[in-house]
Write a protein that binds this ligand. Sequence first.
Ligand SMILES: [Zn+2]
Length: 222
Amino acid sequence: MINHHPNRTQLNQFVEGTLPPAVSLIISAHADMCPKCRHDIEILQAEMSKKMLSEDSLSNHCDFGNMMNDIMELPSLDKQIKVESVVEKTLELDGKYFKLPRALHRFSDRTSGWSHLVGKLWQTQVDIGGDLKAHFIYMEKGGQVPEHTHRGNEYTLVIDGEFSDGLGTYDTGDLMLMNQHKHSPRADTDEGCLVFSLLDQPLHFTSGLARMLNPFSHLFFK
Ligand SMILES: [Zn+2]
């Protein structure tokens, strides 16, 4: 069950189109998996359209034709969902196939190839353009990312399975923003856990052993 959603400010900025493209992408991927946020986004889009119309009725200076074009160009989640039901894209790792949310379909073949890391972890970088680094990370059962904190922001979307990190447990579809928190993600279920992760700064490992594995940091931030 999904318990972690983008906050209200992030959803507003998503609808306004003012978020960095990578953050919009991960929120869009979450919305593909989350009926609640799809519903909230539709309501915010409708409110924004209404606001634009009423602002226009107060001002005769606005170009009505352009404004209508803008409204028509707002992304329609309904249409996107119909497309998703026809096309399915998966990510393959070692004979396991993971269904990707619609927003990530176009990146399924833009990965660098899986690397097997220490601690039952696999990761592949995803070329999404822009400044943020994107990875798919798969934790096998018992796999654990060494304890780290963040100098910047880390967005994590659970694509398949669940993991916990000492702060909480996160299920398929959950989207988390971590910044100052110190945590150590770990998968304990048989099926393991696949996440999509965005970073704007390298992870900063904090535990004694992980510090000695410092090059590890670069594996997450090439
Ligand atoms: Zn949600």
